[in-house]
Design a protein. Structure first.
Ligand SMILES: Nc1ncnc2c1ncn2[C@@H]1O[C@H](COP(=O)(O)OP(=O)(O)OP(=O)(O)O)[C@@H](O)[C@H]1O
Ligand SMILES: [Mg+2]
Length: 280
């Protein structure tokens, strides 16, 4: 994970250099389209269903259009290769229940989960599920354009069976389980006995399950759930996340025994593949 630190240091230097060169090193200076999503023609590498301006955390999410540009596709494919292709016979098993978490809100966890899940399902013949485990600011329903009805909370509490909470998406073999509703707080929910049973059911039903986790430096939810998964990824927003914040996230997760398998550098601005960098 020290490579995360090195990469962030490099990014900071790039940011300083960009300012010195008269480029806009700040957020959204390129006409308000969001960093890292424009190519040299000023066109977005993402094709959003609605033209988006700058990210606003309070804005309602809109459904994601999963037709990715080739650079984004390639970058995520590389992440998939690093995760899925074991480097040797002694390598630990490929993680099948994978948590994804950021330090703070709005750094791109849900976006990363959704895009990576869409890549995984096209790459492998199996079934892939996204589980909304962020009960604080759930948005997987909006991103995938599905109903927000019963979901992970009901599954954990035994109030619903798996088939009742799994929803189809527009992508074949990619499924979503929304957060659901609970009278317990998220921490108590993830600490409850039902989690083990729910995770076993998910493992039996899907080849890969990606968990959209709440930001680690804001809530303890991810620290409770992630150790029960196979591994986790950290999402870093290239132009915003501060090094101490990432370090704190890493320490927090490692302290509770989470196997960290890498990080995703979201919204990277400059060269190709500009959107994401895998830093195992
Ligand atoms: N690489 C990107 N390019 C353009 N827009 C992005 C990118 N990544 C995220 N966004 C936008 O930024 C906003 C926040 O992203 P997202 O919802 O994925 O963050 P989050 O970490 O899940 O936030 P929260 O913790 O609040 O759930 C969204 O409007 C999303 O569309
Ligand atoms: Mg989110």
């Amino acid at each position: 994970m020290s490579r995360i630190y090195d990469a962030l240091k490099k990014l900071e230097a790039e940011r300083r250099g960009a300012k010195g060169n008269g480029h806009n090193g700040g957020n959204g200076g390129n006409g308000g389209s969001g960093n890292g999503k424009r190519n040299g023609n000023g066109r977005s590498r993402w094709r959003w269903r609605f033209g988006r301006t700058q990210r606003r955390e309070a804005e309602p999410r809109v459904a994601l259009d999963f037709r990715l540009g080739p650079e984004v596709e390639e970058a995520y494919q590389r992440l998939g290769t690093n995760l899925l292709v074991a480097p040797g016979p002694d390598a630990p098993p490929v993680p099948r229940l994978l948590g994804v978490a950021a330090s703070r809100h709005g750094e791109g966890t849900t976006t990363t989960v959704a895009v990576f899940a869409s890549i995984l399902v096209r790459r492998r013949s199996g079934r892939v599920a996204v589980v909304e485990a962020n009960l604080r600011t759930p948005s997987c329903d909006a991103v995938f354009g599905v109903a927000r009805n019963g979901g992970f909370a009901e599954l954990i509490e035994g109030r619903a069976e798996l088939p009742a909470v799994v929803q189809n998406t527009a992508i074949p073999n990619l499924f979503v389980i929304t957060s659901g509703q609970t009278a317990l707080g998220p921490s108590a929910l993830f600490d409850s006995d039902g989690v083990a049973v729910a995770l076993t059911k998910l493992r039996e039903a899907f080849d890969f399950v990606l968990f959209d986790l709440a930001p680690v430096n804001v809530y303890s939810d991810a620290s409770i759930l992630a150790p029960r998964l196979d591994a986790a990824l950290i999402v870093i927003e290239a132009d915003r996340t501060r090094i101490p914040d990432v370090e704190r996230t890493r320490r927090t997760l490692e302290r509770v025994g989470v196997r960290l398998v890498g990080s995703v550098l979201n919204r990277r601005r400059d060269y190709i593949p500009a959107f994401i960098e895998e830093l195992l």
